[in-house]
Design a protein around this ligand. Structure first.
Ligand SMILES: [Fe+2]
Ligand SMILES: [Fe+2]
Length: 165
């Protein structure tokens, strides 16, 4: 069954939201590159790639359901941070916002009795649990590290081991 206009519009908005997240993480990676934190720069680059993959999941799904993808302008991301903690705090806020966005699409799909989209979104609901937990863990660790350079470099080293996207 062809997707309804309401659900298609919500998914188009989410393609933009995921690309906005991807752009934000890419800007964070660029900022970390200007700092002595190559591990966090790499981690943020991987995260940016992951968000693009999320955008493409929505992109492909909308095409598969007979909807029309409409790309819009992406907001300029914040470019400068005072310290790693500030970047990860913003990452956590951004992930919490994403979870709410996914909930909104779910509600639109519910109203439209679009069972396929509800099923499709279950992957994202689960993914957001992970995304929030990961960002929250980094915030906690960076809060504990405070201004201790050794602790910060150890965390940067841990971030550098990220292989998944
Ligand atoms: Fe995402
Ligand atoms: Fe995310």
């Amino acid at each position: 069954m062809k997707i309804s206009d309401e659900v298609a519009a919500a998914i188009n908005t989410q393609i933009n939201n995921e690309l906005t997240s991807s752009y934000l993480y890419l800007a964070m990676s660029a900022w970390f590159e200007t700092q002595p934190y190559p591990g966090f720069a790499k981690w943020m680059l991987k995260q940016s790639e992951e968000e693009r993959m999320h955008a493409m999941k929505f992109f492909n799904y909308l095409n598969d359901r007979g909807g029309v993808v409409k790309l819009e302008a992406i907001k300029e991301p914040k470019a400068k941070y005072s310290k790693p903690l500030e970047a990860f705090q913003l990452a956590l806020e951004s992930e919490i916002k994403t979870t709410k966005q996914i909930h909104h699409i779910y509600e639109v799909a519910d109203t439209a009795k679009d069972y396929e989209t509800r099923h499709f979104l279950s992957w994202f609901l689960q993914e957001q649990v992970e995304e929030e937990k990961t960002a929250s863990d980094w915030v906690q660790k960076l809060e504990l590290a405070g201004e201790h350079v050794n602790a910060l470099f150890n965390l940067d080293h841990d971030a550098n081991t990220r292989e998944d996207i």
